[in-house]
Design a protein around this ligand. Structure first.
Ligand code: 0L1
Ligand code: MG
Length: 271
C-alpha cells in the first residue's frame, strides 16, 4: 500500500516530534507492512525537516546487515538511513542520554567516501570511492515504543539512527574477518567478527548503492558510511552499566573507539 503525500508528511512530522521530544510512538502498521518506497519518502521528508533546522548531512548507514537480524525480521534486504552532524559524537567524547528514549549501542566499522558517487552510471563501483576505514560505534534509538516496528516503519524512522562515534581512520584493508569486542566500563558486553556484517562489510557498499539509486539518496565526497553491526546491540541502561560508563569498541587491526555515556543532563534519559 502506497501512502499519499499528506500521509507521508504527517508520519514524518510524528516521527520527528517523537525524536525531538524523546517520546516513543506506535508504528503505523499495526502488524501489517506498508510499502518500502513510501517509507523512504517519509525518511526523506523527515531528514529535510532536520536539515531545515540546520543539521548538515554527513553520511549514511546500513542496517539489518546481519543474516540473523534479517531472518528475525523476515526480510531479505538491508536498509539505509541518513546521518547528520548533530548525531556525530567525537571519539572519546560524551554521549548525553538526555534526549534519547531507549538507546542501544553496537560496534561497527565505517567507510569514508572520497568522491561523489554517480549512481546513474552502471559502471560505478562505490568500493573504489572508499579511501579509509575506521572502527565505529552506533547508538540506535527507535522512536517506536519498545523497538516494535515493521520493516517499513523502521525505514521511515531513519533506521533508528541517533548518534555515532568514529575512531581513527586508517588505510583500506580486508575486513572480512576481524575480531570485534565491545566493553562497557570493565565489562565485555559483546564479541563477534566483522564477517557477521554480510560476510564482509564491503558487500554492504554495493547494496547501499542499489538502494540509494532506487530511493534517490545521494552519496557524496566526505560521507561517512556505517557498515552495520558486528554484534547484537546492547541497551544503555543501569543494568548494562551503560548509563554512566565508557563504551569502547575494539576492532582487530583497526584500533579502538570510545564514548563516555552521561545520564540525562537535559532531564531525560534511558528508560
Ligand atoms: O543499525 C541497525 O542495524 C539498526 C537498524 C534498525 C533496527 C533496530 O532499531 O534495531
Ligand atoms: Mg547499526
Amino acid at each position: 500500500m502506497s501512502l499519499t503525500d499528506g500521509e507521508v508528511v504527517e508520519l514524518a512530522h510524528e516521527l520527528d516530534d517523537a525524536q525531538t521530544s524523546a517520546h516513543a510512538v506506535t508504528g503505523r502498521s499495526g502488524g501489517e507492512d506498508w510499502d518500502v518506497a513510501s517509507a523512504y519518502r517519509v525518511q526523506r521528508h523527515l531528514m529535510s525537516r532536520r536539515h531545515s533546522r540546520g543539521e548538515r548531512p554527513i553520511g549514511l548507514k546500513l542496517g539489518f546487515t546481519s543474516r540473523a537480524k534479517m531472518r528475525q525480521m523476515g526480510v531479505h534486504e538491508v536498509i539505509v538511513g541518513q546521518l547528520t552532524d548533530a548525531m556525530d559524537v567525537p571519539d572519546g567524547g560524551e554521549l548525553d542520554l538526555g534526549g534519547l528514549i531507549h538507546p542501544r549501542v553496537e560496534p561497527e566499522v565505517a567507510f569514508r567516501i572520497a568522491r561523489d558517487v554517480d549512481l546513474d552510471d552502471p559502471r560505478t563501483s562505490i568500493a573504489t570511492a572508499v579511501d579509509a576505514v575506521a572502527p565505529a560505534l552506533e547508538i540506535i534509538d527507535s522512536r517506536y515504543r519498545d523497538f516494535r516496528f515493521s520493516y517499513a516503519d523502521v525505514i521511515a524512522d531513519n533506521t533508528s539512527a541517533a548518534a555515532f562515534v568514529i575512531g581513527p581512520w586508517t588505510a583500506v584493508r580486508p575486513l572480512d574477518n576481524l575480531a570485534v569486542r565491545m566493553d562497557i566500563g570493565p565489562r565485555t558486553v559483546s564479541v563477534g567478527t566483522t564477517g557477521a556484517i554480510l560476510g564482509d562489510p564491503i558487500r554492504g557498499l554495493r547494496l547501499l548503492a542499489e538502494i540509494s539509486r532506487r530511493h534517490s539518496i545521494p552519496i557524496r565526497a566526505g560521507d561517512v558510511v556505517l557498515a552495520g553491526a558486528a554484534t547484537a546491540a546492547v541497551p544503555l541502561t543501569e543494568g548494562t552499566g551503560g548509563t554512566g560508563g565508557t563504551v569502547t569498541a575494539q576492532v582487530s587491526g583497526l584500533g579502538r573507539v570510545s564514548v563516555r555515556v552521561v545520564p540525562g543532563r537535559n532531564g531525560g534519559g534511558a528508560s
